[in-house]
Design a protein around this ligand. Structure first.
Ligand code: SF4
Ligand code: SF4
Ligand code: SF4
Length: 585
Protein backbone atom coordinates (compact mmCIF):
# COMPACT_ATOMS: atom_id res chain seq x y z
CA UNK A 1 0.00 0.00 0.00
CA UNK A 2 1.34 3.41 -0.91
CA UNK A 3 2.28 5.52 2.07
CA UNK A 4 0.36 8.78 2.44
CA UNK A 5 2.71 11.77 2.37
CA UNK A 6 2.27 15.00 4.27
CA UNK A 7 3.70 18.36 3.20
CA UNK A 8 4.55 20.91 5.85
CA UNK A 9 6.96 23.71 6.66
CA UNK A 10 9.45 23.62 9.51
CA UNK A 11 11.20 26.91 10.17
CA UNK A 12 10.21 28.02 6.69
CA UNK A 13 11.65 24.94 5.02
CA UNK A 14 9.22 22.77 3.04
CA UNK A 15 9.40 19.06 3.75
CA UNK A 16 7.44 15.94 2.91
CA UNK A 17 7.19 13.09 5.41
CA UNK A 18 5.03 10.02 5.90
CA UNK A 19 1.61 10.45 7.56
CA UNK A 20 1.85 9.63 11.25
CA UNK A 21 5.35 11.09 11.69
CA UNK A 22 5.69 13.12 14.88
CA UNK A 23 6.99 16.68 14.65
CA UNK A 24 10.07 15.80 16.70
CA UNK A 25 11.10 13.20 14.11
CA UNK A 26 10.10 15.41 11.15
CA UNK A 27 12.35 18.20 12.45
CA UNK A 28 15.27 15.80 12.82
CA UNK A 29 14.90 14.92 9.13
CA UNK A 30 15.80 18.51 8.28
CA UNK A 31 18.64 18.68 10.78
CA UNK A 32 16.77 20.40 13.61
CA UNK A 33 16.99 18.98 17.08
CA UNK A 34 14.09 19.99 19.30
CA UNK A 35 15.18 19.65 22.93
CA UNK A 36 13.37 17.17 25.16
CA UNK A 37 13.89 15.31 28.42
CA UNK A 38 11.09 12.76 28.56
CA UNK A 39 11.43 11.46 25.00
CA UNK A 40 13.41 8.31 24.28
CA UNK A 41 13.21 6.50 20.93
CA UNK A 42 12.57 3.14 22.65
CA UNK A 43 9.44 4.30 24.42
CA UNK A 44 6.05 5.75 23.62
CA UNK A 45 6.17 9.56 23.86
CA UNK A 46 4.40 10.89 26.95
CA UNK A 47 4.70 14.68 26.62
CA UNK A 48 5.57 14.71 30.33
CA UNK A 49 8.29 17.36 30.42
CA UNK A 50 6.96 19.94 27.95
CA UNK A 51 10.43 21.06 26.81
CA UNK A 52 9.70 20.11 23.21
CA UNK A 53 7.00 22.76 22.70
CA UNK A 54 6.89 24.25 19.22
CA UNK A 55 4.77 27.06 17.79
CA UNK A 56 2.28 26.85 14.90
CA UNK A 57 2.54 29.83 12.58
CA UNK A 58 -0.79 29.10 10.92
CA UNK A 59 -2.90 27.70 13.74
CA UNK A 60 -3.25 30.87 15.74
CA UNK A 61 0.27 30.60 17.18
CA UNK A 62 -0.75 27.54 19.15
CA UNK A 63 1.95 25.79 21.21
CA UNK A 64 2.09 22.02 20.78
CA UNK A 65 4.39 19.34 22.14
CA UNK A 66 6.49 18.02 19.26
CA UNK A 67 6.99 14.52 20.66
CA UNK A 68 3.29 13.64 20.50
CA UNK A 69 2.01 15.87 17.67
CA UNK A 70 1.58 14.23 14.30
CA UNK A 71 2.39 16.19 11.16
CA UNK A 72 -0.59 17.64 9.29
CA UNK A 73 -0.89 18.86 5.72
CA UNK A 74 0.03 22.54 5.48
CA UNK A 75 1.41 22.87 9.01
CA UNK A 76 3.81 25.78 9.40
CA UNK A 77 5.98 25.06 12.44
CA UNK A 78 8.52 27.20 14.27
CA UNK A 79 10.81 25.15 16.48
CA UNK A 80 13.15 27.81 17.86
CA UNK A 81 12.68 31.52 18.54
CA UNK A 82 13.09 33.84 21.52
CA UNK A 83 9.55 33.25 22.76
CA UNK A 84 9.78 29.45 22.57
CA UNK A 85 13.17 29.50 24.27
CA UNK A 86 11.64 31.57 27.09
CA UNK A 87 8.94 28.92 27.61
CA UNK A 88 11.56 26.16 27.59
CA UNK A 89 13.76 28.10 29.98
CA UNK A 90 10.78 28.49 32.36
CA UNK A 91 10.18 24.73 32.35
CA UNK A 92 13.87 24.09 32.96
CA UNK A 93 13.87 26.54 35.86
CA UNK A 94 10.99 24.64 37.46
CA UNK A 95 12.74 21.28 36.98
CA UNK A 96 15.98 22.68 38.41
CA UNK A 97 14.16 24.10 41.42
CA UNK A 98 13.39 20.53 42.46
CA UNK A 99 16.78 19.10 41.53
CA UNK A 100 19.88 19.08 43.74
CA UNK A 101 22.88 21.12 42.60
CA UNK A 102 25.40 18.35 42.98
CA UNK A 103 26.49 17.67 39.42
CA UNK A 104 30.12 17.34 40.54
CA UNK A 105 29.37 14.32 42.68
CA UNK A 106 26.79 12.68 40.45
CA UNK A 107 27.24 9.47 38.43
CA UNK A 108 25.89 11.19 35.35
CA UNK A 109 28.26 14.18 35.57
CA UNK A 110 29.22 14.91 31.97
CA UNK A 111 26.63 12.47 30.59
CA UNK A 112 23.40 13.94 31.99
CA UNK A 113 20.71 15.15 29.61
CA UNK A 114 19.50 17.79 32.10
CA UNK A 115 23.02 19.10 32.66
CA UNK A 116 23.56 19.36 28.88
CA UNK A 117 20.29 21.20 28.41
CA UNK A 118 21.03 23.60 31.28
CA UNK A 119 24.43 24.29 29.71
CA UNK A 120 22.88 24.82 26.27
CA UNK A 121 20.47 27.35 27.76
CA UNK A 122 23.33 29.14 29.55
CA UNK A 123 21.70 28.64 32.94
CA UNK A 124 24.00 30.00 35.63
CA UNK A 125 21.48 30.44 38.42
CA UNK A 126 18.35 28.74 39.70
CA UNK A 127 15.58 31.31 39.65
CA UNK A 128 13.13 29.59 42.01
CA UNK A 129 13.53 28.44 45.60
CA UNK A 130 14.69 24.88 46.01
CA UNK A 131 11.97 22.32 46.66
CA UNK A 132 13.63 19.18 47.94
CA UNK A 133 12.13 15.73 47.60
CA UNK A 134 12.72 13.72 50.73
CA UNK A 135 12.45 10.00 49.87
CA UNK A 136 15.62 8.13 50.87
CA UNK A 137 18.05 6.56 48.42
CA UNK A 138 17.15 2.91 47.74
CA UNK A 139 20.27 0.75 47.44
CA UNK A 140 18.52 -2.41 48.61
CA UNK A 141 19.19 -4.61 45.56
CA UNK A 142 22.96 -4.18 45.43
CA UNK A 143 22.63 -3.76 41.67
CA UNK A 144 20.35 -0.80 40.91
CA UNK A 145 20.35 2.37 43.05
CA UNK A 146 17.30 4.64 43.02
CA UNK A 147 17.73 8.23 44.19
CA UNK A 148 14.32 9.97 44.09
CA UNK A 149 15.86 13.34 44.96
CA UNK A 150 17.36 13.52 41.47
CA UNK A 151 14.23 12.35 39.66
CA UNK A 152 12.84 14.85 37.14
CA UNK A 153 9.57 12.90 36.76
CA UNK A 154 9.96 12.14 33.08
CA UNK A 155 8.51 8.62 33.40
CA UNK A 156 11.07 6.94 31.17
CA UNK A 157 12.06 4.35 33.82
CA UNK A 158 8.45 3.44 34.50
CA UNK A 159 7.82 2.84 30.84
CA UNK A 160 11.05 0.86 30.42
CA UNK A 161 10.22 -1.33 33.41
CA UNK A 162 6.49 -1.81 32.82
CA UNK A 163 6.13 -1.72 29.07
CA UNK A 164 9.49 -2.92 27.75
CA UNK A 165 10.22 -5.44 30.49
CA UNK A 166 6.71 -6.25 31.74
CA UNK A 167 8.06 -6.19 35.29
CA UNK A 168 6.27 -3.40 37.21
CA UNK A 169 8.98 -2.77 39.79
CA UNK A 170 8.55 1.01 39.51
CA UNK A 171 5.37 2.92 40.11
CA UNK A 172 4.16 6.48 40.11
CA UNK A 173 2.04 8.18 42.77
CA UNK A 174 0.28 11.57 42.97
CA UNK A 175 -0.27 13.93 40.06
CA UNK A 176 1.21 17.09 38.55
CA UNK A 177 4.01 18.72 40.51
CA UNK A 178 3.55 16.19 43.34
CA UNK A 179 4.19 13.19 41.09
CA UNK A 180 6.72 10.81 42.58
CA UNK A 181 8.36 7.80 40.91
CA UNK A 182 9.20 5.04 43.38
CA UNK A 183 9.81 1.30 43.69
CA UNK A 184 6.49 -0.56 43.69
CA UNK A 185 7.24 -2.06 47.13
CA UNK A 186 8.76 -0.58 50.28
CA UNK A 187 12.17 -1.29 48.79
CA UNK A 188 13.27 -2.20 45.28
CA UNK A 189 14.57 -5.54 46.60
CA UNK A 190 11.04 -6.44 47.69
CA UNK A 191 9.55 -5.46 44.35
CA UNK A 192 9.62 -7.82 41.36
CA UNK A 193 12.75 -6.01 40.04
CA UNK A 194 14.94 -8.40 38.03
CA UNK A 195 18.01 -6.10 38.13
CA UNK A 196 18.11 -5.66 34.33
CA UNK A 197 19.14 -2.00 34.58
CA UNK A 198 16.96 -0.86 31.69
CA UNK A 199 15.57 1.87 33.96
CA UNK A 200 19.16 3.14 34.29
CA UNK A 201 19.89 3.31 30.59
CA UNK A 202 16.56 5.00 29.93
CA UNK A 203 16.81 7.59 32.74
CA UNK A 204 18.06 10.97 31.43
CA UNK A 205 19.66 11.98 34.75
CA UNK A 206 21.48 10.44 37.72
CA UNK A 207 18.33 9.34 39.55
CA UNK A 208 19.00 5.66 38.83
CA UNK A 209 22.44 4.14 38.51
CA UNK A 210 24.33 0.93 39.11
CA UNK A 211 25.62 0.06 42.58
CA UNK A 212 29.26 1.06 42.13
CA UNK A 213 31.72 -1.70 43.06
CA UNK A 214 34.86 -0.14 41.59
CA UNK A 215 36.41 0.46 45.03
CA UNK A 216 36.26 -3.27 45.83
CA UNK A 217 38.32 -3.88 42.72
CA UNK A 218 40.78 -1.09 43.54
CA UNK A 219 41.21 -2.47 47.08
CA UNK A 220 41.91 -5.96 45.73
CA UNK A 221 44.48 -4.61 43.26
CA UNK A 222 46.19 -2.79 46.11
CA UNK A 223 46.38 -5.92 48.27
CA UNK A 224 49.70 -7.65 47.57
CA UNK A 225 48.33 -10.86 49.03
CA UNK A 226 45.69 -11.14 46.31
CA UNK A 227 46.03 -12.57 42.82
CA UNK A 228 43.52 -10.56 40.83
CA UNK A 229 42.12 -12.01 37.60
CA UNK A 230 39.80 -10.29 35.15
CA UNK A 231 37.47 -11.37 32.38
CA UNK A 232 35.21 -9.29 30.12
CA UNK A 233 31.91 -10.27 28.56
CA UNK A 234 31.57 -10.49 24.75
CA UNK A 235 29.59 -7.26 24.33
CA UNK A 236 31.91 -5.06 26.43
CA UNK A 237 34.52 -5.03 23.65
CA UNK A 238 32.16 -3.39 21.14
CA UNK A 239 30.66 -0.86 23.55
CA UNK A 240 33.25 0.55 25.95
CA UNK A 241 35.19 2.17 23.10
CA UNK A 242 32.43 4.64 22.27
CA UNK A 243 33.08 6.45 25.57
CA UNK A 244 36.85 6.44 24.94
CA UNK A 245 37.17 7.97 21.49
CA UNK A 246 36.38 5.00 19.23
CA UNK A 247 33.51 4.54 16.79
CA UNK A 248 30.28 2.99 18.08
CA UNK A 249 30.56 -0.77 17.68
CA UNK A 250 34.34 -0.78 17.17
CA UNK A 251 35.83 -3.96 18.59
CA UNK A 252 38.76 -2.94 20.81
CA UNK A 253 39.55 -6.28 22.46
CA UNK A 254 43.33 -5.90 22.10
CA UNK A 255 43.35 -2.37 23.56
CA UNK A 256 41.20 -3.55 26.49
CA UNK A 257 43.66 -6.36 27.29
CA UNK A 258 46.39 -3.77 27.19
CA UNK A 259 44.50 -1.46 29.57
CA UNK A 260 43.93 -4.44 31.89
CA UNK A 261 47.70 -5.01 32.01
CA UNK A 262 48.29 -1.33 32.84
CA UNK A 263 45.61 -1.44 35.55
CA UNK A 264 47.61 -4.25 37.15
CA UNK A 265 45.53 -7.43 36.86
CA UNK A 266 47.61 -10.53 37.48
CA UNK A 267 45.85 -12.63 34.86
CA UNK A 268 43.64 -11.66 31.95
CA UNK A 269 41.01 -14.14 30.81
CA UNK A 270 38.06 -13.70 28.50
CA UNK A 271 34.40 -14.43 29.12
CA UNK A 272 34.20 -15.50 25.45
CA UNK A 273 36.13 -18.57 26.62
CA UNK A 274 33.45 -19.01 29.32
CA UNK A 275 30.82 -18.71 26.58
CA UNK A 276 32.51 -21.59 24.74
CA UNK A 277 32.27 -23.60 27.97
CA UNK A 278 28.58 -22.71 28.32
CA UNK A 279 27.97 -23.93 24.77
CA UNK A 280 29.72 -27.24 25.44
CA UNK A 281 27.39 -27.83 28.36
CA UNK A 282 24.20 -26.25 27.05
CA UNK A 283 24.36 -27.90 23.61
CA UNK A 284 24.97 -31.26 25.33
CA UNK A 285 22.06 -30.66 27.68
CA UNK A 286 19.81 -29.73 24.77
CA UNK A 287 20.72 -32.91 22.88
CA UNK A 288 20.18 -34.94 26.05
CA UNK A 289 16.65 -33.55 26.23
CA UNK A 290 15.96 -33.56 22.47
CA UNK A 291 17.58 -36.82 21.36
CA UNK A 292 17.80 -38.88 24.55
CA UNK A 293 14.46 -37.57 25.91
CA UNK A 294 16.06 -36.82 29.30
CA UNK A 295 14.30 -33.76 30.67
CA UNK A 296 11.52 -31.55 29.43
CA UNK A 297 11.28 -29.53 26.22
CA UNK A 298 11.45 -26.78 25.25
CA UNK A 299 14.71 -25.98 26.95
CA UNK A 300 15.45 -22.32 27.54
CA UNK A 301 18.83 -20.67 27.83
CA UNK A 302 20.05 -19.59 31.27
CA UNK A 303 22.90 -17.14 30.70
CA UNK A 304 20.84 -14.01 31.40
CA UNK A 305 20.32 -13.64 35.17
CA UNK A 306 17.50 -11.13 34.71
CA UNK A 307 15.63 -13.72 32.65
CA UNK A 308 16.31 -16.40 35.26
CA UNK A 309 14.96 -14.10 37.98
CA UNK A 310 11.92 -13.28 35.84
CA UNK A 311 10.98 -16.92 35.38
CA UNK A 312 11.67 -17.66 39.07
CA UNK A 313 9.26 -14.87 40.01
CA UNK A 314 6.59 -14.96 37.30
CA UNK A 315 6.63 -18.54 35.97
CA UNK A 316 8.03 -20.60 38.87
CA UNK A 317 6.16 -23.68 37.64
CA UNK A 318 8.25 -23.60 34.44
CA UNK A 319 11.72 -23.69 36.01
CA UNK A 320 12.37 -27.23 34.78
CA UNK A 321 12.55 -25.77 31.26
CA UNK A 322 15.55 -23.61 32.10
CA UNK A 323 18.96 -25.07 31.23
CA UNK A 324 21.00 -25.78 34.34
CA UNK A 325 24.15 -24.49 32.63
CA UNK A 326 25.65 -21.49 34.42
CA UNK A 327 26.32 -18.27 32.57
CA UNK A 328 29.75 -17.86 30.90
CA UNK A 329 31.52 -15.81 33.58
CA UNK A 330 30.15 -18.10 36.30
CA UNK A 331 31.69 -21.06 34.44
CA UNK A 332 35.07 -19.45 33.87
CA UNK A 333 35.48 -18.16 37.43
CA UNK A 334 35.53 -21.54 39.25
CA UNK A 335 38.02 -22.78 36.64
CA UNK A 336 40.32 -19.89 37.66
CA UNK A 337 40.12 -20.96 41.31
CA UNK A 338 40.65 -24.67 40.58
CA UNK A 339 42.10 -25.74 37.20
CA UNK A 340 44.17 -22.56 36.69
CA UNK A 341 45.22 -22.37 40.35
CA UNK A 342 46.43 -25.98 40.22
CA UNK A 343 48.35 -25.49 36.96
CA UNK A 344 49.95 -22.24 38.10
CA UNK A 345 50.46 -23.40 41.70
CA UNK A 346 48.52 -20.48 43.18
CA UNK A 347 46.67 -20.69 46.48
CA UNK A 348 43.02 -20.43 45.35
CA UNK A 349 42.06 -18.58 48.53
CA UNK A 350 44.19 -15.67 47.27
CA UNK A 351 42.54 -15.49 43.85
CA UNK A 352 40.14 -12.59 43.40
CA UNK A 353 38.01 -12.89 40.26
CA UNK A 354 36.70 -9.73 38.61
CA UNK A 355 34.08 -9.76 35.84
CA UNK A 356 33.51 -6.76 33.57
CA UNK A 357 29.95 -7.08 32.36
CA UNK A 358 27.40 -5.15 30.27
CA UNK A 359 24.92 -5.98 32.94
CA UNK A 360 23.66 -4.90 36.35
CA UNK A 361 21.89 -8.23 36.97
CA UNK A 362 25.29 -9.97 37.02
CA UNK A 363 26.08 -8.06 40.23
CA UNK A 364 23.48 -10.15 42.03
CA UNK A 365 24.02 -13.34 40.08
CA UNK A 366 27.39 -13.88 41.82
CA UNK A 367 25.82 -14.20 45.25
CA UNK A 368 22.77 -16.15 44.19
CA UNK A 369 21.74 -18.71 46.70
CA UNK A 370 22.46 -21.80 44.59
CA UNK A 371 25.85 -23.03 43.42
CA UNK A 372 27.84 -19.90 42.78
CA UNK A 373 30.68 -21.03 45.07
CA UNK A 374 31.45 -24.34 43.43
CA UNK A 375 35.20 -23.75 43.68
CA UNK A 376 34.91 -23.80 47.47
CA UNK A 377 35.10 -19.99 47.49
CA UNK A 378 32.81 -17.35 46.03
CA UNK A 379 33.50 -17.98 42.35
CA UNK A 380 33.25 -14.36 41.11
CA UNK A 381 34.30 -11.80 43.71
CA UNK A 382 33.09 -8.63 42.05
CA UNK A 383 31.25 -7.48 38.93
CA UNK A 384 31.75 -4.07 37.44
CA UNK A 385 29.77 -2.75 34.52
CA UNK A 386 31.12 -1.44 31.21
CA UNK A 387 30.42 2.08 32.51
CA UNK A 388 32.35 1.52 35.75
CA UNK A 389 35.23 0.08 33.71
CA UNK A 390 35.23 3.09 31.34
CA UNK A 391 35.35 5.46 34.32
CA UNK A 392 38.28 3.52 35.80
CA UNK A 393 40.20 3.71 32.51
CA UNK A 394 39.65 7.47 32.39
CA UNK A 395 40.54 7.91 36.06
CA UNK A 396 43.84 6.11 35.49
CA UNK A 397 44.64 8.30 32.49
CA UNK A 398 44.96 5.40 30.05
CA UNK A 399 45.00 6.71 26.49
CA UNK A 400 43.17 3.88 24.76
CA UNK A 401 43.70 5.37 21.31
CA UNK A 402 47.45 5.15 21.69
CA UNK A 403 48.24 1.98 23.60
CA UNK A 404 49.78 -1.07 22.07
CA UNK A 405 47.67 -4.13 21.41
CA UNK A 406 48.01 -7.04 23.84
CA UNK A 407 46.74 -10.60 23.99
CA UNK A 408 45.05 -12.27 26.92
CA UNK A 409 46.49 -15.07 29.01
CA UNK A 410 46.07 -18.73 28.29
CA UNK A 411 44.74 -21.17 29.56
CA UNK A 412 41.33 -19.58 29.97
CA UNK A 413 41.47 -17.02 27.20
CA UNK A 414 41.35 -18.43 23.70
CA UNK A 415 37.87 -18.20 22.22
CA UNK A 416 35.78 -18.95 19.16
CA UNK A 417 33.48 -16.76 17.10
CA UNK A 418 30.60 -18.69 18.67
CA UNK A 419 31.72 -17.34 22.06
CA UNK A 420 31.87 -13.79 20.68
CA UNK A 421 28.31 -13.72 19.33
CA UNK A 422 26.89 -14.55 22.78
CA UNK A 423 26.68 -10.79 23.27
CA UNK A 424 23.86 -10.28 20.78
CA UNK A 425 20.30 -11.59 20.63
CA UNK A 426 20.26 -14.93 18.79
CA UNK A 427 23.96 -15.49 19.42
CA UNK A 428 23.60 -18.14 22.11
CA UNK A 429 21.17 -20.10 19.94
CA UNK A 430 23.41 -19.88 16.89
CA UNK A 431 26.50 -20.90 18.86
CA UNK A 432 24.67 -23.85 20.47
CA UNK A 433 23.32 -25.07 17.13
CA UNK A 434 26.82 -25.11 15.60
CA UNK A 435 27.96 -27.46 18.35
CA UNK A 436 24.72 -29.48 18.39
CA UNK A 437 25.12 -30.28 14.67
CA UNK A 438 28.70 -31.37 15.26
CA UNK A 439 27.67 -33.59 18.17
CA UNK A 440 25.09 -35.40 16.00
CA UNK A 441 27.06 -35.72 12.75
CA UNK A 442 30.68 -35.41 13.87
CA UNK A 443 31.05 -32.52 11.42
CA UNK A 444 30.52 -28.80 11.59
CA UNK A 445 27.49 -27.47 9.69
CA UNK A 446 28.30 -26.51 6.11
CA UNK A 447 26.89 -23.06 6.74
CA UNK A 448 27.81 -21.79 10.20
CA UNK A 449 25.53 -18.75 10.13
CA UNK A 450 21.95 -19.38 11.30
CA UNK A 451 20.76 -16.02 10.02
CA UNK A 452 17.07 -16.67 10.82
CA UNK A 453 17.82 -16.06 14.50
CA UNK A 454 19.62 -12.76 13.91
CA UNK A 455 18.16 -9.24 14.07
CA UNK A 456 16.25 -7.02 16.46
CA UNK A 457 12.73 -8.49 16.21
CA UNK A 458 11.43 -9.10 19.73
CA UNK A 459 10.54 -12.72 18.93
CA UNK A 460 12.17 -14.68 16.10
CA UNK A 461 10.60 -18.06 15.47
CA UNK A 462 11.77 -20.62 12.95
CA UNK A 463 12.18 -24.29 12.26
CA UNK A 464 15.79 -25.19 11.59
CA UNK A 465 17.28 -28.23 10.02
CA UNK A 466 19.81 -29.52 12.54
CA UNK A 467 21.53 -32.50 11.00
CA UNK A 468 18.29 -33.72 9.44
CA UNK A 469 16.14 -33.03 12.52
CA UNK A 470 13.58 -30.27 12.65
CA UNK A 471 14.38 -28.05 15.63
CA UNK A 472 11.75 -25.42 16.35
CA UNK A 473 13.30 -22.42 18.04
CA UNK A 474 12.23 -19.08 19.46
CA UNK A 475 14.66 -16.26 20.16
CA UNK A 476 13.32 -13.61 22.50
CA UNK A 477 14.84 -10.28 23.46
CA UNK A 478 13.15 -7.86 25.84
CA UNK A 479 11.27 -9.49 28.70
CA UNK A 480 7.85 -8.29 27.53
CA UNK A 481 8.29 -10.64 24.58
CA UNK A 482 8.85 -13.66 26.83
CA UNK A 483 5.26 -13.83 28.06
CA UNK A 484 3.51 -14.80 24.78
CA UNK A 485 6.17 -17.43 24.09
CA UNK A 486 5.84 -18.96 27.58
CA UNK A 487 2.06 -18.83 27.39
CA UNK A 488 2.16 -20.74 24.10
CA UNK A 489 4.26 -23.44 25.76
CA UNK A 490 1.94 -23.56 28.78
CA UNK A 491 -1.11 -23.86 26.56
CA UNK A 492 0.40 -26.72 24.54
CA UNK A 493 1.31 -28.53 27.76
CA UNK A 494 -2.20 -28.04 29.15
CA UNK A 495 -3.78 -29.38 25.94
CA UNK A 496 -1.34 -32.25 25.66
CA UNK A 497 -0.44 -31.04 22.16
CA UNK A 498 2.99 -30.99 20.55
CA UNK A 499 5.34 -28.41 22.05
CA UNK A 500 5.55 -25.32 19.84
CA UNK A 501 9.34 -25.07 20.33
CA UNK A 502 12.26 -27.25 21.28
CA UNK A 503 14.75 -24.54 22.20
CA UNK A 504 14.14 -20.98 23.40
CA UNK A 505 16.73 -18.26 23.92
CA UNK A 506 15.75 -15.34 26.14
CA UNK A 507 17.83 -12.22 26.77
CA UNK A 508 16.19 -9.63 28.99
CA UNK A 509 17.55 -6.57 27.22
CA UNK A 510 16.43 -5.45 23.77
CA UNK A 511 19.11 -6.53 21.33
CA UNK A 512 20.73 -8.73 23.98
CA UNK A 513 23.75 -7.77 26.09
CA UNK A 514 24.97 -5.26 23.48
CA UNK A 515 22.24 -3.06 24.97
CA UNK A 516 22.55 -4.22 28.57
CA UNK A 517 21.77 -2.12 31.61
CA UNK A 518 25.48 -1.60 32.33
CA UNK A 519 26.45 -0.42 28.85
CA UNK A 520 27.29 3.19 27.91
CA UNK A 521 24.40 5.63 27.99
CA UNK A 522 22.55 6.66 24.85
CA UNK A 523 21.67 3.23 23.48
CA UNK A 524 19.28 3.33 20.52
CA UNK A 525 18.48 0.82 17.81
CA UNK A 526 21.26 2.32 15.67
CA UNK A 527 23.72 1.65 18.52
CA UNK A 528 22.38 -1.87 19.01
CA UNK A 529 22.90 -2.63 15.32
CA UNK A 530 26.45 -1.22 15.27
CA UNK A 531 27.52 -3.07 18.41
CA UNK A 532 26.00 -6.30 17.04
CA UNK A 533 27.82 -5.77 13.75
CA UNK A 534 31.08 -5.46 15.70
CA UNK A 535 30.52 -8.93 17.19
CA UNK A 536 29.38 -10.58 13.95
CA UNK A 537 32.42 -9.11 12.15
CA UNK A 538 34.74 -10.77 14.63
CA UNK A 539 32.89 -14.07 14.17
CA UNK A 540 33.23 -13.73 10.38
CA UNK A 541 36.94 -12.97 10.56
CA UNK A 542 38.09 -15.42 13.20
CA UNK A 543 39.42 -18.80 12.13
CA UNK A 544 38.01 -20.65 15.13
CA UNK A 545 34.23 -20.40 14.88
CA UNK A 546 32.85 -23.28 16.96
CA UNK A 547 33.16 -23.72 20.71
CA UNK A 548 34.01 -27.44 20.49
CA UNK A 549 36.97 -26.66 18.18
CA UNK A 550 38.61 -24.36 20.75
CA UNK A 551 41.91 -26.11 21.72
CA UNK A 552 41.94 -24.57 25.22
CA UNK A 553 38.41 -25.87 25.78
CA UNK A 554 39.42 -29.32 24.56
CA UNK A 555 42.44 -29.27 26.92
CA UNK A 556 40.28 -28.18 29.85
CA UNK A 557 37.97 -31.17 29.36
CA UNK A 558 40.93 -33.49 28.75
CA UNK A 559 42.95 -32.39 31.76
CA UNK A 560 40.30 -31.47 34.29
CA UNK A 561 36.58 -31.67 33.60
CA UNK A 562 36.29 -34.98 31.79
CA UNK A 563 33.27 -34.57 29.54
CA UNK A 564 30.30 -32.24 29.17
CA UNK A 565 27.54 -33.16 31.65
CA UNK A 566 30.03 -35.39 33.48
CA UNK A 567 30.30 -35.44 37.25
CA UNK A 568 32.89 -32.67 37.52
CA UNK A 569 31.15 -30.53 34.90
CA UNK A 570 27.92 -30.85 36.84
CA UNK A 571 29.60 -29.77 40.03
CA UNK A 572 31.37 -26.71 38.64
CA UNK A 573 29.32 -25.66 35.65
CA UNK A 574 25.68 -26.34 36.47
CA UNK A 575 23.27 -24.92 38.97
CA UNK A 576 19.67 -25.25 40.09
CA UNK A 577 16.90 -22.72 40.56
CA UNK A 578 14.49 -22.05 43.32
CA UNK A 579 11.02 -20.66 42.78
CA UNK A 580 10.71 -17.18 44.29
CA UNK A 581 7.19 -16.12 43.33
CA UNK A 582 6.66 -12.46 44.05
CA UNK A 583 3.53 -11.18 42.41
CA UNK A 584 0.81 -13.42 41.05
CA UNK A 585 -0.07 -12.49 37.48
S1 SF4 B 1 16.27 -2.93 36.97
FE1 SF4 B 1 14.81 -3.62 35.39
S2 SF4 B 1 13.23 -4.64 36.58
FE2 SF4 B 1 14.39 -3.42 38.05
S3 SF4 B 1 13.31 -1.48 38.21
FE3 SF4 B 1 14.86 -1.24 36.61
S4 SF4 B 1 13.81 -1.75 34.68
FE4 SF4 B 1 12.55 -2.54 36.37
S1 SF4 C 1 13.99 8.11 37.84
FE1 SF4 C 1 14.87 8.95 35.95
S2 SF4 C 1 13.67 7.99 34.32
FE2 SF4 C 1 12.53 7.68 36.19
S3 SF4 C 1 11.07 9.36 36.22
FE3 SF4 C 1 12.86 9.97 37.42
S4 SF4 C 1 14.18 11.06 35.99
FE4 SF4 C 1 12.69 9.94 34.77
S1 SF4 D 1 20.48 -9.42 28.31
FE1 SF4 D 1 22.63 -9.43 28.96
S2 SF4 D 1 22.94 -7.42 29.84
FE2 SF4 D 1 20.72 -7.73 29.76
S3 SF4 D 1 20.19 -8.56 31.78
FE3 SF4 D 1 20.55 -10.28 30.39
S4 SF4 D 1 22.71 -10.84 30.67
FE4 SF4 D 1 22.41 -8.80 31.53
Amino acid sequence: MEQVKINLKINGKEITVAKGTKLLAAARRVGIIIPTLCYHPDIKPTAACGICVVKMNNLGGKYLRACVTEVQEGMDVITHDAEINKVRRGILDLILSAHPNDCLNCFRNGECELQTLAANFGIDEVRFDKLKQTEPIDDSTGAVVFNPEKCIKCGRCLYACQELQNVHAITCINRGFNTVYLPSADELSQSPCVDCGQCITHCPVGAIHEHDDTQKLIDALGDSDKYVTVQMAPSVRVAVGETLGFEIGENITAQIYSAMKIIGFDAIFDTNFGADMTIMEEASEFLDRFVNKKGVLPMTTSCCPAWVKYIQEYYPDMLEHVSTAKSPHMMLAPMAKTYYAEKMKIDPSKIFNVSIMPCTAKKNEITRNDTMNSSGYQDVDVVITTREFARLIKRLGIDMLNIKAETCDSILGEYSGAGTIFGVTGGVMEAALRTAVNSITGENPEKLEFTDVRGLDGVKECALDVAGNEVRVAVVNGLKNAEPVLEKVKEAKANGSEVPYHFIEVMACFGGCVAGGGQPYGTTNATRVKRARGLYSEDDAIELRCSHDNPEIQKLYEDFLGKPLGEKSHHYLHTHYEATPKYKK
